[in-house]
Design a protein around this ligand. Structure first.
Ligand SMILES: Nc1ncnc2c1ncn2[C@@H]1O[C@H](COP(=O)(O)OP(=O)(O)OP(=O)(O)O)[C@@H](O)[C@H]1O
Ligand SMILES: [Mg+2]
Length: 232
């Protein structure tokens, strides 16, 4: 834990973060100078219309995509100073990602998908198996543990992805429309799991949604427009 974290409790800080994609010589500026901070244990909803850069921001915050400008600072350290191995370890141990499109591995069962981050970390599977089963139970999928993604509905796959994001006890959960494919009962269940995690374990949470009603349950709302934050 760095001095910075102890002093001001800021877990994550973006300073002028930019993301520009270049393809065939054509530039697409998607993030145009993002400035924001997330304190440890803070919970925020990220709102904005389709195409404003919400998913891109989450990918950059999750260190899955490098920023093309500005600084991304975790616990007082610029992640650009991390080696690839350190960055991968940090991501695996500290961040939980729920993608807009869940990216489950098709050849593995629901249980194996949930266990994947533990396998990647090199930890013995047995240490996590009970927790993986408990998480699948929490998202009401105890009866589908041995199903492969192709044998699950879209919403069930989304719930497997929620369980997978939580298996390593992340400090920060980045969730991209995690309730997008779900009926109201399952949407409430997933929202409650995430909010409970914040309350019981102080997990920091950034959740992208286009649904203002969902966002109303969050103490902080960050609104994006055209690659920028217009309200925080
Ligand atoms: N790899 C890429 N190359 C070029 N442009 C991209 C790439 N990824 C995203 N974009 C563009 O960046 C913009 C923002 O995309 P992003 O997925 O972040 O939007 P979003 O706010 O999450 O939208 P939605 O609510 O529809 O999910 C879009 O106009 C998209 O076309
Ligand atoms: Mg998106």
């Amino acid at each position: 834990m760095s001095e910075g974290l102890v002093m001001n409790d800021v877990f994550l800080s973006c300073k002028g973060v930019e993301k520009t994609f270049v393809k065939n010589g054509r530039k697409t500026e998607v993030l145009r100078g993002i400035n924001m901070e997330l304190k440890q244990g803070e919970m925020c909803a990220i709102l904005g219309q389709s195409g404003v850069g919400k998913s891109t921001l989450l990918h950059v915050l999750g260190t899955l995509e490098p920023a093309t400008g500005g600084k991304l600072i975790y616990n007082g350290e610029d992640v650009r100073s991390y080696s690839a191995a350190r960055l991968a370890r940090f991501r695996n141990e500290s961040l939980g990602f729920i993608f807009q499109f869940h990216y489950l591995l098709q050849e593995f069962t629901a249980l194996e998908n949930v266990l994947m981050p533990a396998l990647v970390s090199g930890e013995p599977k047995e240490r996590y198996e009970t927790m993986a089963k408990d998480l699948l139970d929490e998202v009401d999928l105890a009866h589908r543990m041995d199903h492969r993604p192709g044998e699950l509905s879209g919403g069930e796959q989304q719930r497997v992805a929620v369980a997978r994001a939580l298996i390593m006890n992340p400090k920060l959960v980045l969730a991209d429309e995690p309730m997008g494919n779900l009926d109201s009962e399952n949407a409430s269940r997933v929202k409650k799991i995430l909010i409970d995690l914040n309350e019981s374990r102080g997990v920091t949470l950034a959740l992208v949604t286009h649904d203002h009603e969902v966002a109303d349950d969050f103490p902080r709302k960050i609104v994006m427009r055209d690659g920028r934050i217009v309200s925080k």
